[in-house]
Design a protein. Structure first.
Length: 327
């Protein structure tokens, strides 16, 4: 098992590894069911949910993890070279981006920082419960993107609205980058495990953050920037006539399955490489991190078959040769 998985294990969402079985629904559905209390007054862009039984929330979170982890796996497995267009990299870039995007969502949910979009239905549910408990006041919950923090000791879920960074994807990557930087710092303060291993993982997460902030993207939105450049502006020579020779062949690492290797072996700090190669290495690292976290968590479920058995592990079984282990 990668030291990345073992070093990040203490940051799992409390109790998520005990969830077993084929979970359905999700956090949005859980919010709409209104099985929680609100005792603290609603603040602008902040509300706190209290739950006497954490299991329904954890089941909902596990369902969201499976949804995004499966989407991550399917997207990366759809990246295959085209015999008709061997020099084209456009769709490889786009699919790699979405695989990393879904994988990053799953990572946050596994590591105690779920990122959830609330629409008007969920916002109305929260406001209704807040009013019931005289916690609504002059403020109300609005639709938008929220970061959740689950406190298992007090059985409360703090939900803070994420400030927009210029679009849905840009806002998400800014949040993800912030959490990766926090984890990098927290690993160095962690009093358990191997300090030397934690230090190596901390450096790797710092390298990840540097790549997310590459090329004048200080908020961490660089992957989205490259995806947009390829998808909408047809830059980097990814589409015919493939004029940017520096980008040709740089997707080889994806086609060879670098995301299946230990993420710690993926070099995120190679100087002087072109943007497509840096983009690919960064996506591979995120996808690979999602993979090792799901496998590690699944192996440590003490209540039956881990929910991952019906998510990443299930879909990966569809593509493995007979008798081979899941990847």
């Amino acid at each position: 098992m990668s030291i990345l998985a073992s070093s990040l294990r203490p940051f799992w969402t409390p109790g998520i590894n005990t969830v077993s079985g084929n979970v359905t629904g999700g956090v949005q559905a859980w919010l709409a069911q209104e099985n929680y209390q609100i005792y603290s007054p609603i603040e602008p862009a902040l509300f706190v949910l209290q739950t006497g039984d954490p299991n329904p929330f954890l089941l909902a979170l596990a369902a969201d993890i499976n949804k995004t982890a499966v989407a991550c796996y399917e997207s990366v497995r759809h990246i295959v070279p085209s015999p008709q267009f061997p020099r084209s990299t456009a769709w490889s870039v786009i699919k790699a981006y979405y695989s990393a995007f879904f994988g990053a969502h799953a990572i946050l949910r596994m590591l105690g920082a779920p990122y959830t979009n609330l629409d008007k239905v969920q916002a109305a549910s929260v406001n209704r419960i807040a009013k019931l408990y005289s916690a609504l006041g002059s403020n109300s919950v609005e639709a938008g993107s929220y970061g959740f923090t689950y406190d298992s000791t007090r059985q409360k879920i703090t939900c803070k609205k994420v400030e927009s960074s210029g679009g849905v994807h840009a806002t998400f990557w800014t949040f993800f980058n912030h959490r990766m930087k926090e984890l990098s710092d927290e690993l160095l303060r962690l009093g358990t495990g191997s300090f030397s291993e934690n230090q190596l993982v901390s450096v790797k997460l710092t390298d990840l953050s540097h790549n997310l902030c590459h090329d004048s993207c200080p908020k961490g939105t660089w992957l989205s920037y490259i995806r947009n450049a390829v998808n909408y502006r047809h830059s980097h020579g990814a589409w015919y006539p493939y004029t940017d020779q520096a980008s040709h062949g740089e997707m080889d690492s994806q086609n060879k399955g670098a995301w299946l290797s230990d993420p710690m072996t993926i070099n995120l700090s190679v100087p002087g490489i072109n943007n497509i190669r840096r983009f690919q290495d960064t996506c591979n690292f995120i996808i690979g991190t999602c993979r090792v976290l799901t496998q590690d968590m699944a192996a440590r479920c003490s209540t039956g078959k881990s929910f991952h058995t019906y998510g990443w592990l299930a879909v990966s079984n569809l593509t493995k040769p007979k008798g081979a282990k899941s990847k």
